[in-house]
Design a protein around this ligand. Structure first.
Ligand code: OOB
Length: 561
């Protein structure tokens, strides 16, 4: 551990304040489950397919696994990469890791070799914990590649471990008689979230026990979760939104029931809602649109989904347009809650008692009275009340620095510790935020974030690509999709391309797929141009490119009409 770049602490004075005000309770996250298990041990904590975990079972299994993980050689203070779909074992693993002081790096199920190998090596992870197979993707093959390239040695496989010989360790073999566990300091890092990012590689976000526990506890209170709450997780549950806003951990804190779905497909989700009497769920805007049209279609066919138990649908991760927001209550029969948050910390909610206009037209207000919000112009000076500007924030659960990223931290945070979110917002008179746009070089593809630079770097690795710029283009369903503008090499050292050798968009898309990136990062469209336009300062003029592609798409749509 390199204390200067691994973790940036809050100033001591603020730490004391956060404790004095009760935000930081100094309880490590492992105690969350022990407490609910003591209060309501037989209550069902998790439902996943036909498997069920009561709170006592989950607590006991986490303790057994904690003992086995320690015995297998994992050391407190280290990190592991966890790469799992929505499954109950994920929570046994998370609580076991919290209890032994090993911090999981929460990879998304869609991540592939490029991302996983980077997390493993950059964070010097001691193990890769994954499943055999998910959605047709062979995780064991990925694990073998990691081992073969000496990126990781220890691989732990959840579920079917037949035929794995000695190369992998089966999770099932790790449950042992519980032992006394190490003392955990709640100021230490509990887990790493991943940044949507703007840079060439995703950044790791260190979240401490204290700050994460506060944010999920306060979220559960805001969202009025109780023992009677049944939360359906349809998004990948490792993401900050379904994990802690209030998400899976919030519902486990409140003593409710967590129902895990493999995905949010309406047929599956609607039947789970009816079967388990789900009361609350969370989703990104495109999924909300899918549910709206599926429910409408089924109503027309006289087969309306039975969603009576559903009280609240949280929508966040990307801007939810007001017209769609207004359809939620009439069509799905439940309340909408908008959530505007970020894995770095700050989360805003519309409150369940808010009036209709606030709920439909704003992205909510911060969790904490101690979340400091600044809205500034390009020179970092506050804009006039109600004007749009850059959102900066700091507070009891917003990080002060990324893991091992000193150079980037100097730009991503102000000298006085405010995180530059990259979002353009304005604040209403009542302190609610409205997201108006984005200043960061990122594409928000229906809630999935793509850092332009990461994809541009991959494109530049192609021998025929001279330069590349990735921008967002409007999309009626996802909100945005990605478009790469590419110039090709014809320079003096290169062979001029013969016309029959002209590279096609599909060739570049295939090339990127072969880079083993998460699929959502592959550009939806590629435009070849002679040269990239530049601003007066000599930077690529992405604003111009965005406008150019929007106009082209608008013209194409008009022609179709
Ligand atoms: C959530 O977290 P991330 O880290 O994947 O993405 C954060 C970014 C924000 O900076 C903003 O650009 C965008 O996603 N965003 C929204 C939004 N919610 C997130 N933009 C407009 N409207 C919204 N409602 O996406 C996240 C984390 C916790 C809770 C909810 C979302």
């Amino acid at each position: 551990m390199n204390p200067t770049t691994d973790f940036t602490p809050w100033p001591t004075e603020l730490q004391q304040q956060y404790r004095a005000q009760g935000y930081w309770s100094d309880a490590p996250l492992g105690t969350l489950l022990a407490q609910t298990a003591a209060a309501a041990g037989e209550h069902i904590a998790i439902i996943a397919g036909d498997k069920r975990w009561s709170y006592s079972q989950l607590d006991e299994r986490a303790n057994q696994l904690a003992a086995g993980l320690l015995a297998s050689g994992l050391q407190p203070g280290t990190r592991v990469v966890v790469h799992l779909p929505n499954c109950g074992e994920l929570f046994e693993i998370l609580f076991a890791l919290f209890r032994i002081g090993v911090a999981p790096i929460l990879a998304l199920p869609s991540h592939r070799f490029a991302e996983i190998s980077y997390f493993c090596s950059f964070a010097e992870a001691d193990a890769y914990i994954t499943c055999a197979n998910n959605n047709g993707f062979d995780h064991r093959e990925l694990a073998r590649q990691l081992q073969h390239n000496h990126i990781i040695e220890r691989v732990i496989i959840v579920g079917d471990s037949t035929g794995d010989a000695e190369e992998f360790c089966a999770l099932d073999s790790l449950y042992q008689t519980p032992i006394a566990l190490p003392n955990i300091n709640a100021s230490d890092v509990a887990l790493y979230q991943l940044s949507g990012g703007t840079t060439g590689v995703p950044k790791l976000i260190p979240r401490t026990h204290n700050d994460y526990y506060y944010s999920l506890r306060a979220s559960a209170l805001i969202c009025e979760l109780t023992q009677a709450s049944v939360y359906l997780a349809v998004l990948p549950v490792v993401h900050n939104f379904p994990l802690s806003s209030p998400g899976a951990l919030g519902v486990l804190w409140a003593g409710g029931t967590l129902v895990l779905a493999e995905n949010g497909a309406p047929d599956l989700a609607f039947s789970l809602i009816e079967q388990h009497q789900v009361t609350v769920t969370a989703m990104v805007p495109p999924l909300a649109l899918t549910w709206l049209s599926a429910a409408e279609n089924r109503q027309k066919m006289g087969d309306a989904p039975k969603l009576k138990s559903l009280q609240v649908i949280q929508v966040g991760g990307a801007k939810f347009c007001e017209t769609a927001a207004r359809r939620i209550q009439p069509i799905l029969g439940c309340q909408l809650q908008q959530v505007f948050g970020m894995a770095e910390g700050l989360v805003n909610y519309t409150r369940l008692s808010d009036d209709q206009d606030t709920t439909m037209a704003t992205q909510g207000r911060p969790i904490s009275p101690h979340d400091e919000i600044r809205i500034v112009n390009d020179e970092d000076r506050p804009v006039a009340d109600g004007e749009t500007g850059h959102l900066l924030t700091r507070g009891p659960y917003t990080i002060r620095g990324y893991f091992r990223a000193a150079e980037h931290n100097a730009k991503a945070f102000t000298a006085d510790g405010f995180y530059r979110t990259g979002d353009l917002v304005r604040m209403t008179e009542r302190g609610y935020l409205i997201v108006e746009g984005r200043a960061k070089d990122q594409i928000n593809r229906g809630g999935e974030k793509i850092a332009a630079e990461e994809i541009e770097n991959c494109l530049l690795a192609h021998p025929q690509v001279q330069d590349a710029a990735l921008v967002a283009m409007p999309d009626p369903f996802l909100g945005e999709r990605s478009c790469a503008f590419v110039t090709l090499r014809t320079g003096c050292n290169q062979q001029p391309l013969k016309s029959n050798e002209l590279i096609k968009a599909s060739d570049l898309q295939r090339f990127l797929r072969e880079c083993n990136l998460a699929t959502f990062k592959i550009p939806d469209r590629i435009e070849f141009i002679a040269s990239l336009p530049q601003t007066r300062l000599g930077k690529v003029d992405k604003k111009y490119l965005r406008e150019w592609i929007s106009e082209k798409l608008a013209r194409a749509t008009q022609l179709k009409i």
